[in-house]
Design a protein around this ligand. Sequence first.
Ligand code: HEC
Ligand code: HEC
Ligand code: HEC
Ligand code: HEC
Ligand code: HEC
Ligand code: HEC
Ligand code: HEC
Ligand code: HEC
Ligand code: HEC
Ligand code: HEC
Length: 306
Amino acid sequence: MRHRWFWVAGIASAFGALALLPVAAAGAQGGGQPVCADCHEEAVRSIAPTKHGAKLDATTDLCRSCHGDVAAHLEDPTAAKPAHLFDRGMTAAEKSAVCLSCHEGNRQLAFWDSGKHKKNDVACADCHSIHGKRGDPSTQPYLTTQRKLQYDTCGQCHKTIRAQLNKTSHHPIIEGKVACADCHNPHGALSPAMVKNESVNQLCTNCHADKRGPVVWAHLPVEENCLSCHNSHGSNVPKLLTVKVPQLCQDCHGSGHGQLAYGSSFGIGGANQDRATRFDARSCVNCHQMIHGSNAPASRGQFLLR
Ligand code: HEC
Ligand code: HEC
Ligand code: HEC
Ligand code: HEC
Ligand code: HEC
Ligand code: HEC
Ligand code: HEC
Ligand code: HEC
Ligand code: HEC
Ligand code: HEC
């Protein structure tokens, strides 16, 4: 613990532990020069336990590193404000530039410039809460430390996606097991929809390794794109399917075989064709259980049967 911010003396009373820290900056001891904490106790308190509080030492004027020139404000706080207020007076690009002055080299930010957020005037502080949410002392200062609530931050703008999370079948995002950033890089990526991997299938099989293949008898659309049959966020059809079986299958295979399979091989004759087409929700996959591909011998494997 070697923090020596010039405002430490000011918050010493509020934080017993910090009172023990050495105070190097002369201004704080002199008594003449006012410090940020004299008047902005909450802003100081909220930032102290964060990485910004911990990593920026005495050589950095913590508050000034983001809020810019504060000289006039310290001179007369009511007459002049610091240069950077992160309010409507700054464009999104100007706001982000402040953060990027330190964070530009971060690997996760490599594609910030080509990402959809930058291009649509979303700024760093629209997602990252530096001082905690206003009026709610229970919120952590950083979005990054509250993985479980990440969807809530994203959902404030992405309302259609937010709504999908409540559908009967959904990735366990609200449940806190999967986060938006497990699949997307919110800072930008070259892939469509800023997904983390080059292809959707690579992304999905990161977690669903049993669907990765290769298999002896592959089902072509599975190799091509999981999203031929599944939604990524939520669906009212079980198993995140885009459409119910058998319609899902019939979109590609036509409606002929089901009848044929029942009619010829399984004893339901022409008179009952009507019945044969009234499949229950899983119909086709009752028999074609190895829908993602099979390693069984040809007679069963090639037809994706169990
Ligand atoms: C003597 C008291 C005092 C000191 C010291 C002081 N401020 Fe302020 N600050 C104020 C007042 C008063 C306002 C105006 C509040 C308002 O208009 O609602 C203000 C406004 C601000 C705002 C804009 C807030 C807003 O909602 O627009 C920021 C940012 C800020 N101060 C940062 C700092 C920083 C950083 C320091 C230290 C370098 C500092 N202040 C030192 C009293 C002070
Ligand atoms: C890492 C950048 C960063 C640092 C460091 C920082 N701030 Fe801020 N500050 C912001 C941003 C961004 C906002 C706009 C509101 C928000 O997004 O939380 C803000 C808002 C404020 C506000 C007005 C809103 C409020 O919460 O009342 C005050 C006052 C303030 N900061 C004071 C300070 C003081 C004092 C320090 C030094 C202890 C400081 N800030 C350090 C980025 C920073
Ligand atoms: C003066 C340099 C500086 C500025 C300006 C700055 N940061 Fe940081 N930031 C840091 C340092 C240092 C760390 C700690 C890095 C580490 O631990 O690897 C950090 C960490 C972070 C983290 C990770 C926090 C965590 O808990 O893992 C986030 C998010 C972040 N900064 C966002 C921002 C945003 C948003 C802004 C602009 C409002 C900003 N920073 C401005 C220096 C800065
Ligand atoms: C659309 C929301 C969003 C925006 C905009 C955003 N971030 Fe982030 N940021 C996140 C999320 C979510 C994470 C956590 C990522 C994870 O868990 O993989 C994160 C993580 C980080 C981290 C920690 C990375 C690490 O290496 O651990 C830093 C630093 C950071 N962001 C800085 C920034 C800066 C600087 C900007 C603006 C140029 C910015 N972020 C814009 C959502 C955002
Ligand atoms: C399991 C992985 C996964 C998770 C978790 C996930 N997404 Fe997605 N998301 C995707 C994939 C894959 C696409 C591409 C869809 C496409 O190409 O049609 C996508 C597309 C999107 C799109 C653009 C297309 C559209 O439908 O509007 C947005 C916006 C989006 N996701 C936001 C989010 C948000 C916000 C969260 C968290 C609440 C989230 N995603 C969680 C995988 C995921
Ligand atoms: C301040 C509003 C805002 C927040 C917060 C926000 N986004 Fe976005 N996001 C946008 C806008 C605006 C776009 C571009 C328009 C669009 O595609 O909807 C966008 C685009 C995207 C896209 C690309 C969509 C495509 O079609 O290529 C993804 C993916 C995405 N956001 C994910 C996220 C995730 C994940 C989070 C939370 C970590 C998040 N967003 C937080 C506003 C926001
Ligand atoms: C970060 C890990 C992760 C990624 C990436 C991921 N999933 Fe999942 N997926 C999960 C978890 C966790 C569950 C819930 C498993 C459980 O409850 O047993 C799940 C469940 C599912 C389910 C079953 C849903 C239900 O209602 O039973 C399907 C289908 C699915 N994922 C498809 C996909 C597809 C398609 C992709 C790529 C777009 C994908 N997943 C990417 C983690 C992931
Ligand atoms: C041709 C359509 C289709 C494609 C393409 C497809 N799936 Fe599926 N998937 C299904 C069907 C149908 C079910 C439901 C099976 C059942 O109810 O027995 C399912 C179920 C699942 C399940 C939940 C049950 C289980 O087996 O674990 C996961 C996870 C899953 N798929 C992941 C994926 C992944 C990952 C991909 C891409 C590699 C993918 N699917 C591609 C049709 C498809
Ligand atoms: C996106 C289109 C698409 C969807 C959806 C789809 N399939 Fe397929 N399926 C194919 C293609 C392409 C082949 C490769 C053989 C061919 O050209 O007919 C195939 C092959 C098969 C085979 C092996 C046929 C053979 O002669 O080797 C079976 C069995 C099968 N699909 C069943 C299903 C079932 C059951 C569903 C629904 C759960 C389904 N398919 C959904 C496109 C699709
Ligand atoms: C009662 C079990 C059963 C059901 C239900 C079933 N199939 Fe089949 N299917 C088979 C068998 C067995 C074969 C192997 C060839 C044969 O005997 O006709 C087959 C072959 C296939 C083939 C490849 C040969 C061809 O006729 O094109 C496709 C594609 C196929 N089924 C799709 C479907 C679809 C789509 C559904 C749902 C609408 C479905 N099956 C329902 C048992 C079934």
